[in-house]
Design a protein around this ligand. Sequence first.
Ligand code: SF4
Length: 327
Amino acid sequence: MSGKQVLIQVNNLSKHFNIGKNKILRAVDDVSFHIYKGETLGLVGESGCGKSTVGRTLLQIYESSAGEIYFDGQKLNAQAGRAEQAVYKQNMQMIFQDPYSSLNARMTVLEIVSEGLLVHRPDLSFEERKARVFQLLELVGLQQKYANRYPHEFSGGQRQRIGIARALAVEPKFIVADEPIAALDVSIQAQIVNLLKQLQKERGLTYLFIAHDLSMVKYISDRIAVMYVGQFVELAESETLYRQPLHPYTEALLSSIPLADPKLERSRERILLKGDVPNPASPPSGCRFRTRCPKIMDICKSVAPVLREVEPNHFVSCHLFSRSSNY
Ligand code: SF4
């Protein structure tokens, strides 16, 4: 991407939840990154690693516990006035994981897609809103006649298209797509990814694309961040991450993707991680990945590695790539 401009800047973001008995769940713990205008940043990690919390905190669905978020140079502020909040909400939208539960079953497609317009474009008449919904349905590959139908009358892929139309209705600049293809058949996943890519190209959208594995995220992401127990462990351009993963966790995630070529699939080595993801309310000392890492060293038990740039645009948090190593 030439002439890159930052749209989202995140500095030392944390989101902690009080879970009772004096316990704090550190869902997101001191995370910093940026997303360029027109870029897709993929965010990958196992269930419960904090990736959805990052997305929801960016959209101010959750109030951050610490850190700063800037949107197009403006600091987001939970205490901002209603008018300012409305501008953020219009510019930052979300596509949800489950197209089955994220659409109100009692509302027609017309009502669902025009909901945001009612809030952010109260100046539009009913006819103007309807015309806008028709345009949006066409944009996402659905026929206008579907506007009066209800969500249960659609397949999973069609429902996700409705969810995309709903997100686009208020003409946002930034979209958090929270595992938008996870609940869909494999054959439909590529269609939705292609639709998101096409819309991005046409409208200059910026995405945070959240996924629980690295299989499909490659096709849409310019860069990918890998998350583990509330922190980023690796961040690189997609091509680099797939060609030369550095963090042992990224290596393991990549080794679990099935390869299309049966010969390669038979010959390659799978890295099977032992144990479960640690509880973010009581993460291990030192490196949070040490309880499952096949490359653990003594230092990993007591010293937490920090995310650092080990080669241009390639960041990793692992003692194997500390300053004293060859990197
Ligand atoms: Fe493994 Fe140590 Fe690197 Fe953590 S710091 S990923 S335990 S080698």
